[in-house]
Design a protein around this ligand. Structure first.
Ligand SMILES: [Mn+2]
Length: 411
């Protein structure tokens, strides 16, 4: 089973006398009695396969053995009456492959017992921080509580420890991303069938997300970006509140999520089904970079290598079009990176500078953003790195301008 394998890889990679403490997390309060929809901690999910709030995972690696345990809330009638069935010990045992399951009230006592009975040199908590000013998340708070009680133990980062493991996807993980990509393909086809000038961007978003749900994707991989005209020039535009005007392009950066694995695809379509000659010219240049990255990506490269290649191609093309004088000025119209890992997180875990290996899944997403012409174009595919190159997981999502026009004409 996949999650058992994930834990095995972790146990092999950490030293003896290590304690691992990982929490699913708790929902974040909004106002009154409302909470944001719960998102499970990714390290916890990777190690257990569980998405349930309030649960925790504990592992101790000693010289002789590794002990692993799961802690869940005790199902009770009152909570189940209001919010539905809670997972049972048997159910979480089945999903995670962890035999020993206890109720969460026993967790602190168990940590104390481990600390008293065994030699623990280091303890792993997820200490990842996205922005310096972010509020500390649940695992971070728990790490601080632990360190107050056991200051002599070396604190290590579970995020950093799992990164090399999560970077390389196993067959089951690849299969989940494949399914997510295929649902995204069908969602985009439904969008192309229905897209017309006068729609609101959020209606295009709704067409896509409706298809995802209908086909079994409970969640989106990230908030759908549906930016028409100038809005397509804003990298992470997400308000989607404008009308899609005739003669404009709409940039759609979106993805279904399947069993907590993401797809991340961008396509750019003409609202009325036909590219103008200028839109087609710019589109062709972005497509050239997109194809070149897919042709070049292979083990040993870094995402920076792929981005350098992208900047070369886009820069040369922009010089030919007369938009810039030297290709080094490419940053005026292309201001992001071409590639990031994809997995449980849409911008998935990786350590800076790590080189591509077979099993990595990365994006291939060049773009050009010409504000003065209200042309924003990005074409994004998902690549699985293989032994000697890559497989385009999203190969079946059409991207040639002729194919798109033909598809949109035939409806
Ligand atoms: Mn992306």
């Amino acid at each position: 089973m996949s999650f058992t394998e994930h834990r095995k890889k972790l146990y092999e990679s950490i030293p003896v006398n290590s304690l691992v403490v990982s929490y699913a997390g708790v929902p974040i309060h909004t106002n009154e009695d409302d909470y944001y929809s719960f998102e499970v901690n990714s390290q916890y999910f990777y190690l257990t396969g569980l998405e349930r709030e309030g649960t925790a995972f504990l592992a101790l690696k000693t010289e002789e053995k590794t002990i692993e345990m799961l802690f869940i809330e005790e199902p009770d009638e009152f909570n189940e009456r209001w919010t539905g069935k809670m997972p049972t010990k048997e159910e979480v045992r089945e999903i995670s492959g962890i035999e020993t399951v206890q109720y969460v009230d026993a967790l602190d006592g168990m940590i104390g017992r481990f600390m008293g009975r065994y030699r623990v040199d280091q303890v792993y908590f997820d200490l990842f921080r996205c922005q310096m000013n972010d509020l500390p998340d649940y695992n971070f708070v728990k790490a601080q509580e632990f360190m107050k009680l056991y200051p002599a133990v070396l604190l290590k980062d579970l995020h950093t420890a799992t990164a090399p493991l999560r970077e390389v996807k196993d067959a089951e993980e690849v299969d989940k991303v494949r399914k997510a990509v295929d649902i995204t393909r069908q969602g985009l086809e439904y969008v192309m069938k229905n897209l017309k000038p006068g729609m609101m961007e959020y209606q295009v978003q709704a067409d896509f997300e409706y298809t995802c749900r209908r086909l079994g994707a409970k969640k989106q991989a990230f908030p759908t970006i549906a930016g028409s005209g100038l809005n397509g020039c804003m990298m992470h535009y997400g308000t989607n509140h404008c009308e899609v005007k005739d003669g404009t392009l709409i940039l759609l950066d979106l993805g279904a999520k399947i069993e907590n694995y993401c797809s991340d695809i961008t396509r750019t379509y003409p609202a009325n089904g036909k590219f103008t000659p200028r839109q087609r010219e710019v589109y062709k240049l972005v497509l050239k970079a997109n194809r070149a990255v897919a042709a070049a990506a292979k083990p040993g490269m870094t995402t920076k290598d792929l981005n350098d290649l992208t900047k070369d191609i886009l820069g040369e093309g922009l010089v030919e079009m007369g938009l810039i004088e030297k290709k080094e000025e490419v940053g005026k119209y292309y201001m992001h990176g071409v590639s990031h890992p994809i997995g449980i997180d849409v911008h998935d875990i990786s350590l800076a500078g790590d080189r591509l290996q077979p099993g990595w899944i990365i994006s291939d997403e060049p773009g050009l953003y010409i504000d003065e012409e209200a042309i924003g174009i990005r074409i994004e595919d998902d690549l699985l790195i293989t032994e000697d190159g890559c497989e385009v997981l999203s190969a079946a999502i059409i991207r040639e301008p002729d194919e798109i026009e033909a598809f949109m004409a035939d409806r």
